[in-house]
Design a binder for this molecule. Structure first.
Ligand code: SF4
Length: 375
């Protein structure tokens, strides 16, 4: 009876098998080596006393593997054939909410680890874009094939790795400040000139404005960025002993530093994932892929009546980078937040370009809702 009930529930939710695998992969983060989750109320009794409770119909388990790192991987057959949807099919479907429960009283790890583990399990499962895991996998494959400028000249590649961690963090922040409205190649070259001059907060406070401007040229808005770098360097010396602050809020208070830079900086400098950095590529591609929950689009549309927007782009064009960040973070599991920026930036530089995206050679052609649009 129970089996039949499950089967019924499965129908109409054909991707949930894949989503379940993904959620289990998210849970891998929760079972780190040395830490032990004593009990998660549940259905599958795994080794070392780990149990998972997934209130969702699931398919046949193929294998359960515990890796040496302590991660658990559960492979299962999808419940039904997962047909690839065409671009004209609806690309946003309601998913059955899934709850993964962690019983706090059973956690035997330290409070700090337990807190991190609980955070990793926080996934809003109300809505997922169709085929998003397949799409992401395809992007990973395409990114491996072609090297993008961000791979060798991105903001986390411009600093001097032989200098002190404090100066490295400062240089990452400066490269992020230069990168807005500027190509990676131009930022990288300017960072090389700055490093030759001596890129430390002390030197930047002392440097003449004209000299700094000449070092930055042809970075976009180099005059304004000259001012930002000098003011930021002075604040860092006055308030943070020449280091950069280690919180998103304090980073955003610095002149010329916005949320996108702050999120990337937290990740690259402090190894803390505070949110998804949404630059022009992430902003464009996540909308092309239909990765914005419909309620967020509808909301945006109703708040902007009378705006003239090309029909096929409505209401994407109305979304700000912050809208996109909030939308992505509402469904994308947190363990992918740090990866997604780098993936999409390189993908946008090589294939899903702003104008003339190479849709015909894109592995997502069959499943991308924007593949057949005329750009
Ligand atoms: S099919 Fe075209 S629009 Fe869609 S992801 Fe690929 S390149 Fe971008």
């Amino acid at each position: 009876m129970l089996k039949m009930k499950k089967k019924k529930e499965v129908e109409g939710n054909r991707h949930s098998g894949y989503n379940f695998i993904h959620r289990l992969n998210s849970l891998k983060m929760a079972s780190r080596k040395g830490s032990r989750i004593a009990s998660l109320t549940c259905k599958y009794q795994l080794r070392r006393g780990k149990k998972l409770d997934v209130e969702e119909p699931i398919g046949d388990v193929k294998s359960i593997k515990e890796e040496s790192s302590g991660c658990i991987t559960v492979k299962q057959e999808p419940m039904e054939q997962c047909d690839v949807e065409t671009a004209h099919e609806s690309h946003s479907k309601k998913r059955k909410p899934v709850k993964v429960k962690l019983e706090e009283e059973d956690i035997t790890t330290s409070p700090k680890v337990a807190k991190t583990e609980r955070k990793m399990l926080e996934v809003n499962c109300d809505w997922f874009p169709a085929n998003w895991e397949k799409t992401l996998d395809n992007i990973r494959k395409m990114r491996k094939e072609v090297e993008a400028p961000v791979d060798s000249m991105g903001c986390d590649m411009c600093h001097d790795k032989t200098t002190s961690p404090k100066i490295q963090r400062y240089q990452i922040l400066v490269s992020l400040m230069l990168s807005s409205q500027t190509k990676d190649q131009v930022t990288f070259a300017a960072m090389g000139r700055l490093r030759e001059h001596g890129l430390t907060p002390e030197n930047m406070v002392k440097i003449d404005d004209n000299v700094l401007q000449n070092l930055l040229k042809p970075v976009g808005f180099y005059k304004r960025k000259t001012e930002y770098i000098k003011r930021t360097s002075q604040i860092l010396l006055d308030k943070y002993e020449g280091d950069i602050p280690d919180s998103l809020e304090k980073l955003c208070e610095l002149p010329g530093v916005g949320p996108k830079m702050a999120h990337i900086c937290m990740n690259s400098s402090w190894n803390i994932v505070s949110g998804i950095g949404v630059d022009t590529h992430v902003h464009r591609i996540s909308q092309r892929l239909g990765w914005i929950p419909p309620d967020k689009l509808a909301d945006k549309k109703s708040r902007s009546p009378g705006k003239e927007v090309r029909k096929e782009k409505q209401p994407y064009q109305l979304l700000t980078p912050e809208d996109v960040r909030v939308a992505l973070e509402s469904w994308l599991p947190k363990n992918l937040w740090s990866e997604v920026n780098h993936l999409l930036v390189g993908f946008g530089q090589t294939i899903c370009k702003p104008t003339g995206p190479l849709c015909k050679s894109c592995l997502n052609f069959a499943i991308c809702p924007s593949a057949k649009l005329k750009w």
